[in-house]
Design a protein around this ligand. Structure first.
Ligand SMILES: [Zn+2]
Length: 193
């Protein structure tokens, strides 16, 4: 038995057009937000994308997208897919291992409860995100789950940098387009059901 998560072909095609080194956080986020839009437009998953980059140089490891619905996998959020892809490509379960550069996870929206939990396990040393969770829930109806109230501090206590609201307005614009598109909203069970 096994399960696998695959990135759609367009991700590889679009990634090949990007420079290998994307030195500014804005250039990284711009690509991630664009991939989040393409993912729902091409019907290959929800409007979420994430990238792993070397923190100091901006060298791109991988940009991944949400694959929940096409993969029949509730855990295939963009962050989980992207972390797993990077670890498979770099052949390590720990992106914070010895002799490795520091890695940054760049996401178009605040991690949900599950993805927040995956960050300390992943070994990344930095998280940057665009849209805040409450606003995404308001626009789209996605339930982001019970994230710890001091979640940013919990990451910082573990030596993981947190950079919030990078190009948030551009990210909200994609969520608004998604909400108006009539695409399905999938969710986990709410707390009262
Ligand atoms: Zn998530």
């Amino acid at each position: 038995m096994h399960f696998k998560v695959e990135l759609p072909d367009w991700v590889l095609e679009e990634s090949a057009k990007l420079p290998e080194v994307m030195p500014t956080l804005e250039s990284q986020m711009e690509a991630v937000i664009r991939f989040s839009k393409l993912n729902y437009e091409k019907d290959t998953g929800g409007p979420f994308a994430a990238g792993i980059f070397e923190k100091e140089t901006g060298k791109r490891v991988v940009i991944g997208v949400n694959r929940v619905v096409p993969g029949n996998n509730s855990t295939a959020h963009a962050e989980i897919v992207t972390i797993a892809m990077a670890q498979a490509m770099l052949k390590t379960f720990d992106l914070g291992g010895p002799e490795m550069p520091n890695y940054r996870l760049v996401v178009n929206a605040r991690p949900c409860a599950m993805c927040f939990g995956s960050i300390p396990w992943s070994g990344v040393r930095s998280l940057a995100f665009a849209a805040c969770g409450e606003e995404v829930e308001k626009i789209t109806g996605f339930d982001e789950g019970p994230i710890h109230p001091q979640w940013q501090q919990e990451l910082r206590n573990r030596d993981i940098e947190v950079i919030e609201h990078v190009m948030a307005e551009q990210a909200y614009e994609v969520f608004r387009e998604f909400a108006n598109s009539g695409s399905p909203i999938y969710n986990g069970r709410g707390g009262d059901s």
